[in-house]
Design a protein around this ligand. Structure first.
Ligand SMILES: [Zn+2]
Length: 164
């Protein structure tokens, strides 16, 4: 028995591959069979559109200059907390290194200060942009007025907020 299909119009059984129904003469269109898979088709179309937008987004936001640069490496954070005539004053010294061959044109740093239990009690943002030649390492310090008495400060560390 040859394989059969159902007519798209009258639903009579017809030979598989028949272009026209022998009962009602309806043309068995390819579009109709695609239509029955319309959910799948929409899924494919939606995926393609999403992919297109994603490609467009990455193309527009891709920054090759920023992409290849590694962040500067900070080490040896050292705290000094003192009393001055103007009030308590804290400094976090550190060592900063540019691991890239290229120059880092702007590095924004931030120092966090901790008490003896390790809780953060103060934070100072670096106020100026710093430039670092490729491969260069240097000492840096971030300092400012303290929110607490010097005795409460126990340690600090320096983080990179932004670099490019
Ligand atoms: Zn038919």
């Amino acid at each position: 028995m040859p394989p059969t299909n159902t007519c798209i119009s009258c639903l009579e059984e017809i030979k598989s591959g028949a272009k026209r129904c022998p009962h009602c003469h309806q043309i068995q269109s390819v579009l109709h069979s695609l239509n029955t898979n319309s959910k799948f088709l929409w899924l494919v179309v939606a995926s393609l559109v999403a992919l297109l937008f994603y490609a467009l987004y990455t193309a527009l936001t891709f920054d090759p200059q920023h992409q290849k640069l590694n962040p500067p490496i900070l080490s040896n954070p050292t705290l000094i907390a003192i009393d001055t005539n103007a009030g308590p004053f804290i400094t976090c010294f550190g060592h900063i290194e540019n691991p890239n061959k290229e120059r880092l044109n702007s590095v924004f740093l931030q120092a966090k200060f901790y008490d003896s239990s390790g809780e953060e009690i103060d934070r100072i943002m670096h106020k100026f942009e710093m430039t670092l030649r490729g491969g260069l390492a240097l000492d840096t310090r971030i300092r400012g007025g303290a929110a607490h008495l010097p005795g409460r400060y126990n340690s600090c560390d320096i983080q990179v907020l932004e670099y490019k």
